[in-house]
Ligand binder design. Structure first.
Ligand code: HEM
Length: 508
């Protein structure tokens, strides 16, 4: 059947109706400036292949608070620290939920997860469970040895690479996933080094981020949802089946044989909460448990591992900075043992270096979208109820009004005498908010920060780094690929050369 005429008439009717309803409800309210929308699709064509780049370029023309119409949806974009603070601090309560989207529906178990749960008791319960069992200071300290052991395993794998080049991001991903899995499930999910299922898992998470980062026409033009013209919904449904079988297997296995850490792992706790009708917000179903695991695996693995991959790429391009970071570690830790999490607080230069990586390579460049539950006013502009908010954290952290030579990788800017001494990345200083800010700030921020710091410190301390195939550092491709998370366009291929005495590696 030829559906095109039907689609065409539905679009015309839909857009006329939309324009009518829109005009009558807004009267003369002044929206923020923005590019003129095209009929029907609005500003969707303006987003280009890498939306955070296109939106940053548009903000240069229209200003740090922009209004776009994507199909039928009002979208406001924040592209400066002060505008982001308006939304995420002053109006945070009004933007505490996320907009409806096909990823939440088809992959994240129809919004039964934490990331897309509407703001309310259910969201609060899921977040509380995670913060108590995974992210509280006590939980983080209790599982410190797990992270250190997994980082030591990674170090051994890198030593064993010998003269063969390694795809660093892949190995970092295995490390981050196993460290998280041991806390969540009480066991690893992948073998050491290159494991076929680990490759498949990383591919699944990256595919999820690519699909979640696509602007699906059906999310913006409801009449098109049925037709799935880009094939995104179909891919999401297929991916969901793969994730679901991975997660169902884990949950079923856990019911019969709880994880190796006894009943202290998160999944055992979730399973025991399942039948507890007294907990605030009601019972947890199997589906909600799987949805939460999916969130944590998806949000907590590739974000950390790709940040560290960017860090090593920057350090290879900036040998002086690598040298300075290494001298600090040698002075504080020495060369006879591996750096541990307890050393991190004394590594001031390393902390600044990590902030600089998060500034230039924030792993979620447009953060995660929010939606306004009521209309409001920001900087004198009218923000309609139901607007999607995008915060361009990538552009904010490169704003030349806030940062000197913003494109330069220069950790000293965060040190005394630099332009932002002491600025933190935890959602208080809006010039650099890689974890977002406000009520829906990244739930795993403390864990993510610790893992990224420990990994970077260890890789700086234990290896010299050379690019594969004799590539000169200045030739390294630093382009970004498309997706909700900031992947490198070309995976980093390196030769790790152990720099400490052999007995240090033998003892781990
Ligand atoms: C490099 C590390 C990470 C970065 C840069 C990062 C970034 C982000 C960002 C920007 C958001 C959206 C915040 C907002 O709406 O304002 C977010 C949300 C979230 N992140 Fe992370 N993340 C990281 C690591 C992790 C880890 C390790 C976990 C868990 C294991 C995690 C779990 C979550 C969850 C559950 C949410 C949703 C929170 C909610 O909706 O209430 N993230 N993250």
């Amino acid at each position: 059947m030829n559906i095109l005429p039907f689609v065409f008439y539905a679009l015309i009717l839909g857009s006329v109706l939309y324009a009518f309803l829109n005009l009558s409800s807004r009267k003369s309210a002044r929206l923020p400036p923005g590019p003129t929308p095209w009929p029907i699709v609005g500003n969707l064509p303006h987003l280009g292949p890498i939306p955070h780049h296109a939106l940053a370029a548009l903000a240069k023309k229209y200003g740090p608070l922009m209004h776009l119409r994507l199909g039928c949806v009002d979208v406001v974009v924040a592209a400066s620290a002060s505008v982001a603070a308006q939304f995420l601090k002053v109006h945070d309560a009004n933007f505490a939920s996320r907009p409806p989207n096909s990823g939440a529906k088809h992959v994240a178990y129809n919004y039964q997860d934490l990331v897309f749960a509407p703001y309310g008791p259910r969201w609060r319960l899921l977040r509380k469970i995670c913060s108590v069992h995974l992210f509280s200071a006590k939980a983080l300290d209790d599982f410190r040895h797990v992270r250190q052991e997994e980082v030591a395993v990674l170090t051994r794998v890198l030593v064993s690479a010998g003269n063969s080049p390694v795809q660093l991001g892949q190995l970092l991903n295995v490390c981050a996933t196993n460290a998280l899995a041991r806390v969540m499930l009480g066991r690893r999910v992948f073998g050491d080094g290159i494991d076929r299922s680990a490759n498949e898992f990383k591919d699944m998470v990256v595919e999820l981020m690519v699909l979640a980062g696509e602007f699906n026409l059906g999310d913006f033009i409801p009449v098109l949802d049925l037709f799935d013209l880009q094939g995104i919904t179909k891919k999401m449904k297929k991916l969901h089946v793969r994730f679901d079988s991975f997660l169902s297997k884990i949950v079923e296995e856990h019911k019969t044989a709880p994880g190796g850490l006894g009943h202290t792992d998160l999944l055992s706790t979730l399973i025991s909460l399942k039948d507890d009708a007294d907990i605030e917000g009601g019972k947890l179903t199997d589906t909600e448990i799987k949805a939460l695991l999916l969130n944590l695996f998806a949000a907590g693995t590739d974000t950390s591992s790709s940040t560290v991959e960017w860090a090593i790429a920057e350090l290879i391009r900036h040998p002086q900075i690598l040298k300075q970071a290494r001298e600090e570690i040698d002075a504080v830790v020495g060369q006879d043992r591996l750096v541990t999490e307890l050393d991190l607080s004394q590594l001031t230069y390393l902390q600044a270096l990590v902030k600089e990586v998060f500034r230039l390579h924030p792993s979620t460049p447009l953060s995660l979208p929010r939606i306004s539950s009521e209309s409001c006013e920001v900087d004198g502009y009218y923000i309609p109820k139901g607007s999607t908010l995008l915060v361009n954290v990538w552009a904010i952290a490169r704003d030349p009004k806030m940062w000197a030579d913003p494109l330069e990788f220069r950790p000293s800017r965060f040190l005394p005498g630099g332009e932002k001494p002491g600025a933190d990345v935890r959602g208080n200083d809006f010039e650099v908010i890689p974890f977002g800010a406000g009520r829906r700030i990244c739930a795993g921020m403390s864990l993510g920060l610790r893992m990224v710091q420990l990994l970077i410190a260890t890789l700086v301390q234990t290896f010299d780094w050379e690019l594969a195939n004799g590539l000169e550092p200045e030739m390294l491709n630093m382009e970004e690929a498309y997706g909700l998370t900031l992947q490198r366009a070309a995976p980093l291929m390196v030769h790790p050369k152990p720099r400490l005495a052999p007995h240090v590696y033998e003892s781990i």
